[in-house]
Design a binder for this molecule. Structure first.
Ligand SMILES: *Cc1c(COP(=O)(O)O)cnc(C)c1O
Length: 230
């Protein structure tokens, strides 16, 4: 299967999942998680109509930018972001999915102000309470979101989450449902119903994420094939 064929097949599955949930398929964006895939693969995904590409590592993103990997589609940053690397991402990524602390968000705001822009971001929720993952714990998220709303030069557009790895089929559904509830409640109470991005779901579970309310799914291996880790 080519990248284009994979994207068409995933779009069809996304549309089915949306219809089953009584949702409009057009409100759900397909983000290609392109880590460890080269510029040619990124360009093939863009030619096939991917909505955006998401990168995980700043260094890899910078190298692929020089190769014009993302020309023709928005670039998102979806990986863990260190404060000292934020400078390379602010103003370059249309959306940063993975804001995991208020200190990072303040730094993003400072950098955006210097460039005279407003950076769109999502707050990452550590929905499984895992030590190994970054993100706001669910019980501190509301407080953080309230403070985030007052930070200039950033616009919080919603939430992102990566649930713990599950062995059971549909095991992520309860986690997706919890994130969706936080998204709806915080969006209504603190953001004037202006939240529009709920980023959750990957190759193995994007249909369940859509059932729970995702508006962005981040799909890697189902588009680009299995990654070769060294
Ligand atoms: C790699 C990655 C994905 C995609 O994972 P697949 O299982 O390959 O679809 C999604 N989100 C993030 C943050 C990732 O790092």
């Amino acid at each position: 299967m080519t990248i284009a064929e994979n994207i068409h097949a995933i779009r069809a599955r996304m549309a089915d999942a949306a219809q089953r949930a009584g949702r409009d398929p057009k409100e759900i964006l397909l983000i290609g998680a392109s880590k460890m895939n080269d510029a040619a693969a990124c360009q093939a995904a863009i030619a096939a109509g991917i909505d955006a590409l998401g990168e995980n590592r700043v260094q890899e993103m910078a190298a692929k930018l020089r190769e014009h990997a993302y020309d023709g589609a928005p670039l998102h940053f979806i990986g863990h972001l260190q404060r000292n690397k934020a400078r390379q991402v602010v103003g370059t990524a249309a959306l940063i999915h993975s804001v995991s602390s208020l200190e990072l968000l303040e730094e993003i705001g400072r950098l955006a102000e210097r460039q005279g822009l407003v950076q769109d971001v999502l707050l990452e929720v550590n929905i499984g309470g895992e030590q190994s993952k970054s993100g706001f714990a669910p019980d501190v998220l509301r407080g953080a979101a309230e403070r985030a709303a007052a930070i200039p030069h950033v616009r919080v557009r919603g939430l992102m989450a990566i649930p713990p790895i599950q062995r059971e089929p549909h095991g992520n559904l309860p986690f997706f449902a919890k994130v969706a509830r936080l998204y709806v409640d915080i969006g209504r109470d603190l953001y004037d119903n202006k939240f529009d991005y709920l980023s959750m779901g990957m190759s193995d579970d994007f249909e369940d994420a859509i059932a729970a309310g995702a508006t962005m799914v981040r799909v890697g291996s189902a588009i680009f094939g299995h990654r070769q880790y060294q």
